[in-house]
Write a protein that binds this ligand. Structure first.
Ligand code: FDP
Length: 337
């Protein structure tokens, strides 16, 4: 009888070329004059916070760090233990950085003013998509970096940098200072290693992401656009579409950055009184900044998302972003009336 044995794996199979780590990449960018060192250090502080959040998420059910804390945040949403833990970790890392003066967080009613009179403001959702935590689906940390001199209520186009961390099968840090979008992947030693140097959102796509259970609340433009997609090759779009909705913005946007598509959380009759569902400063703006830097488009339906002047730190906004051609189709529907 022959025994099946795994083939011996040559060491060479696993030999990887020397890969650039986040600190090295930031140092190089700073040396080349691409970003001031203070700004680079703010991105590094968010990355450091995310490494600790990733470690906690990996074993949270074992440590009993699950479920609700019995409080609601300023949005009226129930806070989970991990929302609070993630927020505390972000605060811990940012307050140590002398370059940061103020933190705006989804989990804090008011802006948090640090002792440091640093040049930068960070707006963050420390743990977005947290309703997915109990089912072990990808969640994320989203962040936006602004010049403190401009105050808290700046247009998204004024962002100096933006990024998110997707805590999925791999932990991915997606980052942009405006010129390009890069991806770092957390390695087994807790270091972010550069794995994609120039993310481009494909111009065309046939994949759309929207919560279709809300159809009865939709406006005519959203109904028209989705009906065309459902009609596929027999409708006006002329091509078959497919629908994907994780219900965790970081996971949905990450898919779109990697393989194209469109994400919609439009204004509807139920969210109209609040101005939308998603938050402008720490969800919509950083994602729109990344999508535009990767060659895609982001709109409210009626105007470019990055041109919206915020009126409050927790303001909500309709969000439509992704492949330029698909976003253009939605804009055309809104332009009809
Ligand atoms: P969550 O409430 O779980 O934090 O930020 C809000 C958000 O998740 C997004 O991540 C997600 O895209 C959206 O809500 C999902 O909303 P619905 O439950 O209304 O589909």
């Amino acid at each position: 009888m022959t025994t099946l044995r795994p083939k011996p794996v040559s060491q060479d199979t696993h030999a990887m070329p020397q890969q650039m780590t986040l600190p090295d990449w930031l140092a190089e960018l700073t040396r080349a004059g691409g970003v001031p060192s203070g700004l680079a250090s703010v991105a590094a502080s968010m990355a450091a916070a995310s490494v600790e959040i990733a470690a906690i998420l990996r074993t949270a059910p074992v440590a009993g760090q699950v479920g609700l804390v019995g409080r609601v945040n300023v949005q009226g949403e129930e806070q989970k233990q991990l929302d609070i833990i993630s927020n505390d970790i972000v605060v811990k890392y940012l307050e140590q950085n002398p370059e940061i003066s103020i933190l705006v967080s989804e989990e804090l009613d008011e802006p948090l003013q640090f002792q440091n009179q640093g040049r930068y403001v960070v707006a963050t959702d420390p743990l977005d998509g947290s309703s997915n935590l109990d089912v072990n689906v990808t969640v994320g940390t989203i962040f936006s970096i602004l010049d403190a001199a401009g105050g808290l209520l700046q247009k998204g186009s004024a962002q100096l940098a933006a990024g998110y961390v997707a805590y999925g099968p791999a932990t991915s840090l997606v980052l942009s200072f405006g010129a390009s979008v890069v991806v770092f992947t957390l390695d087994a030693d807790g270091r972010y290693v550069l794995t994609d140097t120039d993310v481009q959102v494909s111009e065309a796509s046939a994949e759309y992401a929207i919560n279709t259970a809300r159809e009865r609340f939709w406006d005519a433009a959203t109904k028209g656009y989705v009906a065309e997609n459902v009609a596929g090759e027999t409708g006006a779009s002329g091509k078959r579409h497919n629908m994907r909705w994780v219900g965790s913005m970081v996971a949905d946007v990450h898919r779109i950055l990697m393989r194209g598509g469109i994400f919609l959380y439009p204004l509807d009759s139920e969210t109209v009184s609040k101005g939308g569902r998603l938050r402008l400063l720490y969800e919509a703006n950083p994602m729109a900044f990344l999508v535009e830097a990767a060659g895609g488009k982001a709109t409210t339906g009626r105007e470019r998302l990055l041109d919206v002047v915020p009126t409050g730190i927790h303001q909500r906004i309709p969000v439509i972003l992704g492949s330029a051609e698909e976003v253009g189709r939605v804009e055309a529907w809104y332009a009809r009336g």
